[in-house]
Design a protein around this ligand. Sequence first.
Ligand SMILES: *[C@@H]1O[C@H](CO)[C@@H](O)[C@H](O)[C@H]1NC(C)=O
Ligand SMILES: *[C@@H]1O[C@H](CO)[C@@H](O)[C@H](O)[C@H]1NC(C)=O
Ligand SMILES: *[C@@H]1O[C@H](CO)[C@@H](O)[C@H](O)[C@H]1NC(C)=O
Ligand SMILES: *[C@@H]1O[C@H](CO)[C@@H](O)[C@H](O)[C@H]1NC(C)=O
Ligand SMILES: *[C@@H]1O[C@H](CO)[C@@H](O)[C@H](O)[C@H]1NC(C)=O
Ligand SMILES: *[C@@H]1O[C@H](CO)[C@@H](O)[C@H](O)[C@H]1NC(C)=O
Ligand SMILES: *[C@@H]1O[C@H](CO)[C@@H](O)[C@H](O)[C@H]1NC(C)=O
Length: 756
Amino acid sequence: MEWVIRFLCFFFYLLLIHMLITGLLAAPDEEQLNLYVVYLEDMVNKDSLHLEDDDDVIIDQLHIHILASVKLSENEARKSILYSYTWSFNAFAAKLSKDEVDKLMEMDQVLSVYPNRHYQLQTTKSWDFIGLPQTAKRNLEAESNIIVGLLDTGITPESESFQDTGFGPPPTKWKGSCKHYVNFSGCNNKLIGARYFHVEGNYDPNDIISPVDVIGHGTHTSSTAVGNAVANASLYGLANGTARGAVPSARVAVYKVCWASSSCSDVNILAGFDAAIHDGVDVLSISVGGFKENYSVDSIAIGSFHALKKGIITVAAAGNSGPSLASLCNHAPWLVTVAASGINRQFRSTVELGNGKTVSGIGIDAFDLEKKLYPLISGAEAANSNDVDSARYCLPESLDPEKVKGKLVYCRLKKWGVDSVVKGIGGVGTIVESDQSYDTAEIFMAPGTVVNSSDGNTITSYINSTRKPLAVIYKSQELEVPAPFIGSFSSRGPNPGSKHILKPDIAAPGVDILAAFTPLASLTGLEGDTQFSKFTIMSGTSMACPHVAGVAAYVKSFHPSWSPAAIKSAILTSATPMSRRMDRFAEFSYGVGQVNPHGAVSPGLVYDTDQMGYIQFLCHEGYKGSSLAVIVGSKSINCSSLIPGFGYDALNYPTMQVKLNNDKQPTTAIFRRTVTNVGAPVSAYSATVKAPSGVEISVKPMSLSFSHNRQIQSFTVVVKANPMPASTLVLSGSLVWKSPRHVIRTPIVLYHAKKA
Ligand SMILES: *[C@@H]1O[C@H](CO)[C@@H](O)[C@H](O)[C@H]1NC(C)=O
Ligand SMILES: *[C@@H]1O[C@H](CO)[C@@H](O)[C@H](O)[C@H]1NC(C)=O
Ligand SMILES: *[C@@H]1O[C@H](CO)[C@@H](O)[C@H](O)[C@H]1NC(C)=O
Ligand SMILES: *[C@@H]1O[C@H](CO)[C@@H](O)[C@H](O)[C@H]1NC(C)=O
Ligand SMILES: *[C@@H]1O[C@H](CO)[C@@H](O)[C@H](O)[C@H]1NC(C)=O
Ligand SMILES: *[C@@H]1O[C@H](CO)[C@@H](O)[C@H](O)[C@H]1NC(C)=O
Ligand SMILES: *[C@@H]1O[C@H](CO)[C@@H](O)[C@H](O)[C@H]1NC(C)=O
């Protein structure tokens, strides 16, 4: 799929190579042992027993004991157990047969057993663009006590973004560690923690067995969230300016759970959560995703629920599977799910043809070509065999080096990397035609750009019109474009899990973002690429996620005692609305709109909730027995004996979503909400409602008054919709609570499930 950013292609490329090397593509062995995570009751984890690190042994013994009851012996158990999760939750990873899985599932202490799966990893200017200038108000002392943890591909400790000039020692609450690792120059007072987890142990020659980032993704996301301000950063002069995170004085801790050899798997993600929660991070950022299933089989949903219990907010990427509907992952309501928006710049190159015509392509091309014009040939004409179709797409081995030498080659897009193919056989560069609209800039390892079909036609008819076609591609330049918009790759709602919860929650910059990079990877990862840079440009919801994680840290630096739900509410209700005109999927693309760091610090009111609120929600959604127990870490919760969650969605969520009945019947939904006063002690708010046509929205009461801080008030929202044609995609309404100083906005979204 063409929207996939180059990075992902690179990633899968490495994965495939590794599988070929290690023979994973060959037949499995007779025993059919697969890797599983076995979840146990939370009660006996080390944090709750106040045990020291060295007391691992006690719980490990327990795990071996449990496993030994289904394996032949304790020895067998010891051999097949790969990892014990002992800090923040109670689980182990082991190689098991189907039969052993069944036996374990029947055991009393076991909550659930599920197979290990693999997840995908899904700027100088972006902070200014969303209203957090370098001069923004900051709470420096509190900020330096904030620790942001990232579960990613590791980090580059040498990067200027993570130097510790001016930093004091880590906050005293910090329990994490950083050891001497191979090829890892070490932690400091900025980068205070680094660990790596590779439970499977099947390392690839491309991996370095340490928290060092050989891919660049984790370095990029970490510097976006918490990087120091680094002046004069650029990618070969492009996007130049000061690169920085939201909270440059905060600390960073990195948990390497994604590897060249095996992407990011459940067993490693869980180990990252287990450690980060124990270590004492304040905010977690995870730019990884891949599954849409329910929460009880999703290690990111489970890990982040355990984080929530310790007051840690988790921010996650919505996924890069857009623009199709219901394509998003990481949709649990205790996560902040982030879509990727574009800022007001694009990187484009001018292509000049021999006849004087010019067209404009998108992409990052850092090359200054020497000659005025070069011979131009189409891939089809340069075919080395009868397989003209492969040559049209300039696929590897399809082109004749003799015909390509010294020329620019015109290729249709099927796979990224044709620049490497052309350059590798002596060509100068490529003009790539794509019939999909492109909003992100690919980096080219040789002169290159991407043009649309109509410009493609201009080029092919020119090639046809002359015996000696000529062209040149100029180095890319920054162009101003209307913004914000949502990247076409950004995953869309509606929520594939909970029908009554709007997802994504919010949008943040994730298109063409400049941030720190690793010196260990070339910019494209393609064969023959000799471009290296301390900063590079990447696109994806992976880049949007750390923007919101950074904002969560920024909010926390002003309000250290706020719960994850309060911080999330502050970020959501203060967002800058986005326009339906920019995106026909509206809230399913951007949630509440663009993140607004300045507004998030003083929301006035928050929709707060605690762990029990989410449990009541889960009960309402039909989770029970082991599928509830595995999320909350305990079997002792009995939904029937709980006070039920109130209202249509059974959760005090900062947005509202209504699934319409069929097209013949009207729909009614009653939402119950409470808001907590975090603004001036004495204050008054009044409600303003916007309802789409055919929908009636009423609020009771229409005004709220408060006399003290932390005071809680309740209200009810009734949404009544006429029967709607089944073609109704998404209808947008809103409820706004206003005081002279604050605006608290809640989108109210209605949709037909049939369409989605
Ligand atoms: C990592 O360290 C080893 C041994 O010190 C060295 O041989 C290797 O070249 C280093 N790798 C990188 C990528 O720096
Ligand atoms: C900024 O970087 C460019 C190239 O990387 C360099 O030529 C220039 O001198 C730098 N400017 C400052 C002010 O450091
Ligand atoms: C970026 O570089 C251009 C050209 O070198 C310069 O005019 C501009 O001021 C720079 N912008 C920033 C933000 O440094
Ligand atoms: C193709 O791109 C050009 C910019 O080079 C633009 O003017 C034109 O509208 C685009 N055509 C289509 C069909 O998107
Ligand atoms: C150029 O010529 C090729 C084959 O000669 C033909 O298939 C193609 O349609 C022509 N393109 C244009 C735009 O005229
Ligand atoms: C979640 O998935 C599990 C495993 O497929 C299933 O047993 C459970 O019933 C599901 N729960 C809900 C609420 O859908
Ligand atoms: C859950 O609570 C209900 C009502 O209090 C009770 O009838 C039921 O037996 C309980 N179920 C379990 C599994 O304890």
